[in-house]
Design a protein around this ligand. Structure first.
Ligand code: NAP
Length: 464
């Protein structure tokens, strides 16, 4: 690797959408001589685009073509397999760069915090998503789909939609994608017939996108079933939808009404959408989940008029074999980086990192993407988000409000420490290899699923 340019050196930690949009905005900032070094603890780039976006959503994954172009900038370098807090420290970044941007996302899951959450058969959607997407952190998970008929799925956001779709889709169709081979085998042996989606608010507040729920209704062998009672809006939601509802919320309500009119349907698999229910306890036999108790909710406006769920005091028990929690990602603290426990993010003001909420700025440090604002929004949301951060970075650069790096050669530091950093050229060779391997298996890509496999193949490809 060549030495970084010395005019305006930026380190970006993470290589998902927020990281690439930050790099893009920096290269387009009009400032001469900018260089961006992007670090990722994995040997492969693209964060949730590779490890989160579902394998049957290749159109969405196609956004990496944009990132490839960004990586083609002369000032860009990639350092994969380099973990902040393990291989390099914040002090190393301070010593080598004028500015540091944290764009490492939110890698953990939100807990329900109810009894029985540790029973066998209770899973985090984030683990399932990482598992079917070949994320090395999730290779070891096992999902007991071969002994399950009814599955509860808590939360009704787009991650829940992905989980429901992968559970209900035809494995033959999934086989053509880049889904993990270990997952495909499990999905082929699955006996799941019914997924019950548990939303704590009503159809007007459902977090799924209209397109995502419609896609499930379009699956062969699947009916999306919603009772008329569940599809009917309460007065508060009706008024709120009319006054404040986004187009997508109107479309979701229309979808639910339409599905309710269709009744049970005749397909062998069902996605049952329940609304105004919230899990309060999970119970099991011999340490294995058997049932989820859900409390019936009603909606009440909060101070801003937004309908929020409130317990009614009545509940019911649903017999289920498995339960997936899809109630959101959550950020984890990273060594040496400020962390706001309540929100699970890096505390910041419009992208400028602060030591703590309402605390002083940490000069030269910035945040972008989910670790800046929390785990919400679509991929494109990160573009606007990154632009805001870069506006702050550019202003600070112009003012000379920067770190004072005394060194320029981070690659030498990594070599000295015996860190086997993966370059962009390494990744490009692996990318090509995965595609070729996929082709010979009649699928789009054969993704490697463990750090060992990834590093071994990268090393072999370097020798060719
Ligand atoms: P999300 O959209 O925030 O949805 C979280 C869901 O969990 C909501 O239904 C929420 O209900 C519910 N929830 C939260 N805490 C709960 C609790 N304690 N008990 C019961 N329910 C609870 O999060 P996500 O699905 O993880 O998605 C994250 C972001 O990625 C979203 O912006 C999503 O659109 C995006 N994404 C997009 C795609 C795609 O475009 N294909 C795919 C995946 C993810 P409330 O609404 O009542 O809080």
């Amino acid at each position: 690797m060549t030495e970084a340019n010395t005019a305006w050196r930026v380190a970006v930690v993470g290589s998902g959408p927020a990281a690439f949009y930050t790099a893009d905005a920096l290269f387009k900032s009009g400032v001469e001589g900018i260089s961006v070094d992007m670090f990722d603890r994995l040997p492969v780039p693209f964060g949730l685009v590779r490890g989160g976006v579902a394998p049957d959503h290749q159109k969405i994954k196609g956004v990496v073509k944009v990132y490839d172009k960004i990586a083609a900038n002369a000032g860009f370098r990639f350092f994969g397999n380099v973990c902040l807090g393990r291989d390099i420290q914040v002090d190393d970044l301070n010593a080598h760069y004028h500015q540091v941007v944290y764009a490492f996302g939110c890698e953990s899951d939100t807990k329900l915090g109810i009894d029985g959450e540790d029973l066998a058969g209770v899973y985090a959607a984030t683990d399932f998503v990482g598992w079917y997407n070949c994320h090395p952190d999730h290779r070891h998970h096992e999902f007991d789909l071969a002994n399950a008929k009814r599955v509860a799925l808590v939360g009704n956001g787009n991650v829940a939609m992905d989980v429901a779709r992968i559970l209900l889709a035809s494995p033959d169709e999934l086989a053509k994608t880049d889904i993990a081979e270990h997952s495909l085998e499990t999905l082929r042996n699955s006996t799941v017939e019914e997924v019950i989606l548990l939303g704590r608010r009503g159809p007007a507040q459902a977090a799924f996108s209209p397109k995502e729920i419609a896609e499930i209704a379009d699956l062969a062998n699947v009916d999306v079933v919603i009772s008329k009672e569940d599809a009917t809006l309460d007065e508060l939601s009706q008024a709120w939808l009319e006054k404040e509802g986004a187009r997508s919320q109107h479309r979701n309500v229309e979808f639910c009404t339409k599905q309710a009119a269709l009744g049970e349907g005749e397909q062998s698999q069902k996605l049952r959408c329940r609304f105004l229910v919230s899990p309060t306890a999970l119970s099991g036999d011999d340490g294995k989940l058997k049932a989820v108790t859900v409390e019936h909710m009603k909606l009440q406006a909060d101070d801003s008029g937004t309908p929020r769920p409130r317990a009614t005091g009545t509940s019911e028990e649903l017999k289920v074999d498995l339960l997936f929690k899809a109630i959101g990602y959550r950020g984890e603290p990273v060594a040496g980086v400020p962390f706001e426990q309540r929100k699970g993010i890096v505390p910041n003001v419009a992208g400028r990192v602060v030591e703590q909420v309402d605390g002083p700025e940490r000069v030269g440090h910035y945040a972008a993407g989910w670790c800046k604002r929390g785990p919400t929004g679509l991929i494109g949301t990160n573009s606007l988000d990154a632009k805001e951060t870069v506006v702050a970075m550019k202003a600070d650069h112009a003012e000379g409000k920067l770190l004072s790096p005394s060194k320029t050669d981070i690659a030498a530091v990594l070599t000295e420490r015996g860190v086997d950093a993966v370059s962009w050229a390494d990744w490009q060779r692996l990318d090509e290899w995965e595609r070729q391997q996929g082709e010979s298996r009649s699928k789009l890509r054969h993704k490697l699923a463990s750090m060992e496999e990834l590093m071994t193949v990268i090393a072999e490809l370097r020798q060719q």
